[in-house]
Design a protein around this ligand. Sequence first.
Ligand code: NDP
Length: 244
Amino acid sequence: KSRWSLTGMTALVTGGTRGIGHAIVEELASLGATVYTCSRNEAELNRCLQGWAAIGFSVSGSVCDASSRPQREQLFDKINNVGTNIRKPTTEYTSVEYSMLMATNFESAYHLCQLAYPLLKASGVGSIVFISSVAGLVHIGSGSIYGASKGAMNQLTKNLACEWAKDNIRCNCVAPWYIRTSLVEHLLDSEEFLDKIISRTPLKRPGEPKEVSSLVAFLCMPASSYITGQIVSVDGGMTAFSFS
Ligand code: NDP
């Protein structure tokens, strides 16, 4: 089997109808994987599935709210991409917002890994790739709960990598900076905000979803078989930069 192919592999990509998840579905399918995806909006999901079928990609999917424990129990996971955010000062968050953000961003990933473990182990070559954020590494003004949920995911990466290495399950984490998706396009539409992002980014632009999905695909391939427990930023150099 080619070290640079995903032929014969199966992946679950949560949140595959837009943004980074959509790019990951296409990247993995184009490299030969059979992909299963989910999202909450059925009409959008069906539109995506029809489009992928038309170009010959092997993608199926169903509606699932990844923040719901019973709905997760119907799924197994290789990749968890789902994430959301509410930005506000720490003292203004309600307990409902706290629970919603932690359930969507962290608990979904944690529980999907618990559910997926027997299947990943049986495969003999399991690979988990979390989509975290640079907000889990440094303060970027995105709100403290989002940062904490992504920081927890970064640490979970290391724990699972070590705990499940005996089963040849690798676990890595991709931490993006601003990527043009529906999650943040309202922010990037503001010229002032965009200028602020660009001034902090050595490559002088936000990223594109395809620039994240390529790394995710690599981390799923036999070519990355000795890489585990790592948090890799896809950030145009942002976390390497202090000031100039
Ligand atoms: P988008 O909002 O563009 O896309 C999110 C996708 O996930 C959609 O398909 C959405 O479909 C689905 N989704 C959202 N919530 C749920 C849920 N509870 N259950 C099932 N599906 C869900 O987001 P991005 O692509 O920008 O973000 C993807 C990941 O990347 C997130 O974890 C985010 O935190 C992270 N990230 C993004 C950055 C960026 O700048 N864009 C930067 C750093 C990290 P639907 O709404 O129909 O459910």
